[in-house]
Structure formats: C-alpha cells, structure tokens
Write a protein that binds this ligand. Structure first.
Ligand code: SF4
Ligand code: SF4
Ligand code: FES
Length: 238
C-alpha cells in the first residue's frame, strides 16, 4: 500500500493508504478513547469517543471511520474535544442504569475505565433511570439491558465472525434495544450457536456469563485475535 504523510498533533507522521485515522494514530502510540471500535470487527462510528479535529472540517470526525489521507492535519487533543468526549460519556451513564457497585463487570468494564481516565466523577445530566429488563433465558449467558451502551460489538461479532446474525438493534434513540432473532428471548433464538463471542466482546456488564457475581465477569480481550489468527492459518482445516 502506498505510504502517505499526515500531520498529527504537530508531528509529521506516515501511514498507509487505506488505513483509518485511528489505525495511523494508534500505530504511532497516541492513545484515543474508543468503545464501539474493536480490532477485527467492521467500524460503526457510533460512540464518537474517538473524535478528532481535522483541518477543513467544521466538526470533529470519528477517527475510526475516517480514512487517512495524504496531507491531512489532525489534532487528537483540545479543550473542545475533551469537553465533547466527557459529555458523551456522561450521556451514556445517564441513559441507562449503570450501578457499578453491583455490576458483574466492576473493575473490568471499558466504560468505567474510559470514564475514570477522563475524570468523570459526576454526571451533569438528569438520569433517565429507565425500567429495563434482563434476559436470563439462555442456559449459560445473560443480557442486562441496563448496562448496554448500544456499541453493537455483539451484533457485529455474531454477524461477521460467527456468521449467524442473532443480534440486531430495534427501536430508535433512547428506546433502542439489542434484540435476538426479531425479538425473541435468547433461549428461543433459532440462530444462536452459544459460542459466547458476543459475551467476550461486550465492553460492559451487559452480556455476561451466568453465575458470575459482582466484579467476576472478566472478558477475554484476546479471544477475537485468536479466532482471526486461527482462521488465517487455517487451523481448523484438514
Ligand atoms: S453466543 Fe455466539 S451465536 Fe449466540 S448470539 Fe452470541 S455471538 Fe451470536
Ligand atoms: S450488549 Fe454489550 S456488546 Fe452488545 S450493544 Fe450492548 S454494550 Fe455493546
Ligand atoms: S470508537 Fe470511533 S466512534 Fe466509537
């Protein structure tokens, strides 16, 4: 792939044509907060935490869905960006019921880590406190809508890696929900293979292994990379 040159945070940096800004930024050791992004899955650009300022663009752009181009001038940190990112995290926390103290993922939750890194110690918005249910119908896994941030990692891993497309999103805005097979209970899903990939990629305590108690739900961040590497090496053939 041809090499391109960009300016990121006042430094001349090289990347390859076809890469996203996020890829180039990460390759150069600059950290950006991300939640919907996951290596090995398609990009959705939904959480907006990876926004950057690009010269010539009137609004910040998500680095994960913006192609890196020759001559781009990009800024990853500014007061405006920090304010936006903080607001986005606060809105995520206010939209559902994130009671970390009683969550299976406390201490291992990506939303909690991102909030801590940004110094979010309070939320300036009114909590919506929706009355949401849990789906505990699956033999081994549970879904708690209260913890879901609609990142769609579960939808994408099930569709793109497991190849069955059990999950989807129904509704719009604050009424959006993750649903299995056109709104059946997880147990009634005719497509789920019980592989557990969706549970492992979920950044919060929304998808979890049944039996896990507070703080016990540790996800395996290497799972997806191992699956993809195995496929590349055709480890399951022959
Ligand atoms: S367990 Fe596997 S097949 Fe079932 S919903 Fe999750 S990713 Fe899809
Ligand atoms: S259940 Fe988890 S992986 Fe799926 S959209 Fe919600 S937070 Fe994301
Ligand atoms: S990580 Fe880029 S928009 Fe979510």
């Amino acid at each position: 792939m041809p090499v391109i040159t960009l300016t990121i945070d006042d430094e001349l940096i090289s990347g390859r044509e076809g890469e996203t800004l996020l890829q180039v930024i990460k390759e150069h050791g600059i950290s950006l907060p991300t939640l919907c992004h996951m290596e090995g899955l398609s990009e959705r650009g939904g959480c907006r935490l990876c926004i950057v300022e690009v010269a010539g663009s009137p609004r910040p752009l998500p680095a994960c869905t913006t192609p890196a181009r020759e001559g781009m001038v990009v800024r990853t940190r500014s007061e405006r960006l920090e304010n936006y990112r903080r607001m986005l995290v606060e809105l995520m926390l206010a939209e559902r019921n994130h009671y970390c103290a009683v969550c299976v993922s406390i201490g291992h939750c990506e939303l909690q880590r991102v909030a801590a890194e940004m110094g979010v110690d309070h939320v300036r918005y009114e909590y919506l406190s929706p009355k949401l249910t849990m789906d505990l119908s699956h033999e081994r896994f549970g879904l708690d809508h209260n913890r879901c941030i609609l990142c769609t990692r579960c939808v994408r891993v099930c569709d793109e890696i497991e190849g069955v497309h059990t999950w989807d999103i129904s509704g719009r805005g604050v009424k959006s929900r993750i649903i299995a097979d056109l709104n059946r209970s997880w147990r009634e899903s005719g497509t789920c293979t019980s592989c557990g990939k969706c549970v492992q990629v979920c950044p919060t305590g929304a998808l979890f292994l049944k039996g896990a108690v507070v703080g016990e739900m540790v996800k395996d961040p290497t799972m997806l990379a191992r699956v993809l590497e195995g496929r590349e090496k055709k480890e399951w053939e022959g």
